[in-house]
Ligand binder design. Structure first.
Ligand code: SF4
Length: 462
């Protein structure tokens, strides 16, 4: 019978059906970090349990890590304690850890693919909502909570309800100045932030087929913001080329054997879906959020629509009918697991080169990993950013969320390439976040206000 990738991967990892009706699912790869693991390890110790598969478990420190001074001990006592706790836990339980000074350290969803740990057909779990990122390589990846982290550490299994599969087809060519971030913001805007509840999203169509793995990661990353439990793209030649030669990917003849198997786990051409939706890439515009969830977005030049009684209007100081273009910003943040990869920095630098950050704007570039930082520096991108007035930082989650010293203050408005614009997300309870592509953030940093990036791109229709 024809099946989707989701069904094939689910069925091949199902251990048994539990009395609750849930499936006990084997987890091929468990990625952990400092925030959602301390209690899980404590529970293991209390029960006298070991980690079932330490060789399938990898750790990094990303959420709380300072992106400026990295010497130990960290000045932030909590950050130091959380880092030391993960170091101790990994040592005691035999888990590979990439600490803040390691060349492989970075945001968990950036380093997994980068190191070739993330592979097609895998089940992946991590105690972070944006684990769906790994679906860009044809994996089925779940963000989990602390008690589930404990379950995976102890048994390498999760108890999960099966999901329906929605096929999201995007067809056509994106216009210049329109990026993967605009695609996923448009998808979430139309389907809603709860539209994906109970679903895994399978992304396909000619637009997705033409995307790089980095772009597909941006799309899959934000599946969770549309309510989907997972998001993925079927593996193809782009996937295989991305993985070849990566540290943890199979090598030599084993790689060829893996590719042969990876081809078989893609969705069958005649697979049936629980739902199918279609988008036209050519109609998409540079998109920005105006509200307090990622579904509240609009084309940058388009008037905002919505119920004037929606709390988002009062919180964000917008009115129905207003445009986001022209909104003065205080902070520009380029980074996160959504848009902190090399290609994101390259897209931003194309806008920045030869310009200066507006005097009233604090602008940060935070690479998603040490490898991204090294690659950017090898290309001289850091010099362009620094010359323009950006701060060039060490790898970490930084201002995606307020768990480290990079935070908004008061009512500041941030143009951000991250994934969540919830109230308080960037560290100030009253701070305001406008989500957009890295190129749009760069353009806003220079203009000092939200602008249509196409006005700064030669050859782009504005
Ligand atoms: S960058 Fe943001 S969304 Fe991604 S892992 Fe870090 S905190 Fe979570």
């Amino acid at each position: 019978m024809a099946e989707t990738l989701f069904q094939k991967v689910w069925n091949s990892h199902a251990v048994r059906t539990l009395p609750s009706g849930q499936t006990q699912l084997f987890v091929g790869l468990h990625l952990i970090h400092e925030v959602t693991t301390p209690q899980a390890f404590d529970m293991l110790r209390r029960h006298g349990w070991r980690v079932a598969f330490p060789d399938r478990t990898f750790a990094t420190i990303d959420h709380i890590v300072p992106t400026t001074r990295r010497e130990r001990p960290f000045l932030d006592v909590t950050a130091e304690e959380m880092t030391a706790a993960l170091e101790r836990n990994c040592r005691d339980f035999g888990i590979t850890l990439w600490p803040p000074d390691d060349e492989n350290q970075g945001i968990v969803h950036v380093i997994g693919p980068e190191l070739g740990l993330t592979q097609p057909g895998m089940t992946i779990a991590c105690g972070d909502s944006h684990t769906s990122t790994h679906g860009a390589l044809g994996a089925v990846a779940f963000g989990i909570g602390t008690s589930q982290v404990r379950d995976v550490l102890a048994s390498q299994c999760l108890a999960l309800d099966p999901l329906k599969v929605r096929r999201i087809d995007v067809h056509g060519r994106l216009n210049l100045g329109v990026y993967a971030k605009d695609v996923i913001l448009t998808i979430i805007r139309r389907l809603g932030v709860e539209g994906g509840v109970g679903f895994a999203y399978e992304y396909g169509g000619s637009t997705i087929d033409a995307m790089t793995i980095d772009e597909r990661m941006t799309i899959c990353n934000m599946s969770i913001e549309g309510g989907a439990r997972a998001g993925y793209v079927n593996p193809d030649e782009t996937t295989f080329a991305f993985l070849r030669g990566r540290r943890y990917a199979p090598a030599g003849a084993a790689f060829d054997r893996a590719v042969a198997w990876w081809r078989t786990i893609a969705s069958d051409a005649n697979a049936a879906y629980d739902d199918t939706v279609r988008f036209d890439a050519a109609s998409m515009e540079p998109t920005v959020t105006w509200g307090i969830n990622p579904g509240q977005s609009v084309g940058v030049n388009e008037p905002i629509e919505g119920d004037p009684g929606d709390e988002a209007f009062a919180f964000m100081d917008f009115r129905p009918g207003a445009r986001v273009a022209g909104t003065k910003i205080d902070v520009a943040f380029i980074g996160s697991c959504t848009n902190g990869r090399l290609s994101d920095l390259e897209a931003a630098v194309d806008i920045v080169r030869g310009h200066r950050v507006a005097p009233h704007v604090r602008a940060l570039v935070v690479p998603g990993s040490q490898a991204v930082r090294r690659a950017a520096e090898a290309r001289g991108l850091h010099e362009v950013f620094i010359d323009a007035g950006f701060e060039w930082r060490g790898a970490g989650c930084s201002m995606c969320l307020g768990m480290n010293t990079d935070r908004l203050e008061g009512r500041q408005i941030s143009a951000s390439s991250s994934n969540r614009n919830f109230k308080g997300r960037q560290g100030s309870p009253t701070g305001r976040t406008l989500l957009m592509s890295p190129a749009m953030v760069a353009a806003a940093a220079i203009a000092g206000e939200v602008v249509d990036v196409r006005t700064m791109l030669a050859g782009a229709p504005a």
